[in-house]
Structures are given as structure tokens and as C-alpha cells.
Design a binder for this molecule. Sequence first.
Ligand code: ATP
Ligand code: MG
Length: 437
Amino acid sequence: MNPDESMFRIVPTETLGPCRYDSPLGAMRQRFYTDGEWVIRRTRSHEFEELEGPPFECFERSGAREKLYFRPQDTTVGIVTCGGLCPGINDVIRAITFAAAEGYGVKQVLGFQYGYEGLVAKYYHRPIELNPDNTDDIHEKGGSILKSSRGPQDTGEIVDTLQHYCVDILFAIGGDGTMRGVRDIHDEIARRGLRISVIGVPKTIDNDISLVERTFGYETAVESAWSTITSAHAEAKGYRNGIGLVKLMGRDSGWIAASTALANSNVNFCLIPEVPFDLEPPNGFLEHLRRRLMRRAHAVIVVAEGAGQNLFEGEYERDKSGNKRLHDIGVLLQEQIERFFAEQNTEINLKYFDPSYLIRSTPANANDSEYCLRLGHNAVHAAMAGKTNCIVGLHCGVLVNLPMPMIGERKRVDPNGWTWQSVLQATRQPADMTHEE
Ligand code: ATP
Ligand code: MG
């Protein structure tokens, strides 16, 4: 049944053309989904007063389609992983390989190595052929068996490589930069009039993709961070005025820090990019830390890497992909806490934890592995049905195909929202540690 058009705006994904081939999954008596099954977008209803058009938006449900655009036995699939590591990348590679090779019986699955470099001939990274044998245990390991890279590559040369290897479908697993790459590759494919599907599987440990409820690896990150908090708390309690300072991931969004502070509520201060703070008295963080130590003689602090950037002067350096290199808030806090208490002749014992690379390279936990499997399978279902320039992700508890142009602003922690208010209740830190009026 199609939704009432005065109430619902349907957001279809782009497709390459009509689907003519029967899905081999029919033999398994699987349930097929149709493009007419929709999931209502959760947030638009709150915003609709400012928006034109119908108040609700619907996304297409992911899932196997009865008819396919690509004929499996003629189809070549490519996979590439770019950007930073995140738990679950190998799970997604495996899920795509199994779904494509075992489920649909495609001609071949090629793994392009070292990110988008692997799709540019001059680097001489030859693709490797992936199959159920050489991927069957990769989900037990962290990292990416395909390796990764940063840095700009020429989109024209990438599409030349896709044509050279007769790739029909490219899956790109990566972050915001990789997704911009998907869009550019899609545009170049369209400009050349080619019939190649490009699908993104968004990877961000920070869980900051708009419209996507949860990104893979995020839950594993919170779980790993949980045990770091346990250690930081033990260290803090083991000494007079002990302080455990933990820096976690979260460049623009403090989801990992906030969730970790809720999961392990021994955290007394949680500092995130969305909530600015000052350091100095009378209302800065250091004064509140002093009061906490007076009361309980120990403290655990969690800081997201993107927090407190207002405390630094000077320009940002950039990495190869043009991303800002953030100033190191963990080191700054360590220095400033030590200076502040030294000036007051108060002995403290501070232990600094930076588990970022330990967390990024860890294998996915069971729940993330399950999610990665579903993402990988559904990315393949979408591509085989000829969908392109889209991502798959969880929305309102259901996997949907989201058109790439819909992915907008980063999802950030709302200081007035449920998550942050719970953090304030759990930590009992002041809602405002600035000197702003
Ligand atoms: P992470 O979340 O770990 O930062 P990412 O995908 O954002 O992952 P980047 O290094 O920023 O990581 O980008 C990955 C790849 O995407 C790089 O090869 C980069 O050059 C490419 N890329 C980034 N921005 C664009 C863009 N605007 N157009 C095309 N390609 C891009
Ligand atoms: Mg990025």
C-alpha cells in the first residue's frame, strides 16, 4: 500500500533501470521486499512546521528483491575500504563476499586494496579475488584485510579502473570522505553513461551519520571504552586525590564519550564537542574538579577528542585527506590540571589513558558483528536490484536504503536532549562550565 501523498513524501533511491532477472534467492523461499514498503522517517515530524511539503518522509526498506537488475553470473563486484579503522570492517567485507558469491552466485568479487589508491592504476595495488574460503574467518580479526588509505584520488582514473576490471557494482566502506568519494564516482559513471552501481556502507566509530540510528563499530567502541573507565576508576581510587583522565574518540560528536559515561557511571566529568567549557575559576572545569576532589578525593574524567577546541589558539594542520588535525585536548587537560593543583600546593595523582587505537583496531562485538552482517547483505540486495548512489543504515529500528543526497549534517549530541541530560544526572557535573552570561 502506498502512503497518502498529502501526508508522506517518499524518498526513492536512484536505480540504474528496470529489473529483468529472477533472483536466485527465490529458490531458498526467502521473503522478498518491494520498493513499495516504506519506513517513516522519525525526526521530520518535529521539524515540519519549518518545512514545505508533506510532514512525514518515508525511506525505502532494505531487503532482497524478487527481480534483479544485474544477472548474477555476469556480475563483478568490487569492495574498497577507506579512512580510519573501525571494529567490524572485516565483518562487512565478509558479509558482502558471502552474500554476493554464495547467495547470488556472482561471477567474481574483487577486493581493491589501500582505499581509493587501489582503484588508481599508478599505485600498482592489484585487486585480490575474495571468496568464501579466504574470508571465512576475517570477522574474528580487527582492522581491514583490504587495508586503507587517505588522500585525494582522481575520480576519472577510479572509473577507468572500474571499467578495466569490468566492475558492475562497487561497495565503498568508509567515513564521510569516502561517501563524498562515492558521490563523485557515481557522478562520473553517470557522465560516462555507464551502468555501474556504487553503494556506500558508512563507517564511523563516532556514530555521527545523520538519519542513521547507529553505525557499526560504535557499540564495540563503547564496550571497549567501558573497561578503560574501570581501570581509570581503579587508578583514581588507589591514590590520594587520584584522577583518571580518559580521552575517547569523537571529533565532532560526543556520542562515544556520553554513552560510555552512562554505561560506566563512575565517570564524574564528561566533556564533549557540543558543550563548550572554560578551564579557570570561578566557573571553569578546574574549579569544579577541585570541589569534586574535596568531596570524594578521586575523580574520573572522560573527554572526547573534539571537545574544548576553543581552548587552543592557532590554525589547524590538515591530514592527507584535508581533515583538520585536532588539537590534543587530552594532553592540554593533563598539563592544565597538574599546573592548577601545583599552584595550590595540592598533591594529585593523575593517570592519563588514550585507548583510541586499541579500540579502533579491536574486532567487533557480537551485536556489531550481527549488524555488519545485515548491512553487508542488504547492501548487496540493493546493488543487485540496480540501486546506486545510496547507503544502507538503521532507521527507526529497520534497515533502509538512504539516497546519498539525503545524508546531510552530522548527527550531534543535543545538550537539551535525553542523552546529555542523563549524563548530567549520572556525573553530577554542572550543565554549564563556562563564563558566558
Ligand atoms: P574517517 O571517518 O576515518 O575519517 P573517511 O572516509 O572520512 O573516514 P578520509 O581520509 O577523509 O576518510 O577519506 C577517505 C577517502 O575519501 C580518501 O581517499 C579521500 O581522498 C576521499 N575523499 C575525501 N573527500 C572527498 C571528496 N570530497 N571527494 C572525493 N573523494 C573524497
Ligand atoms: Mg572522515
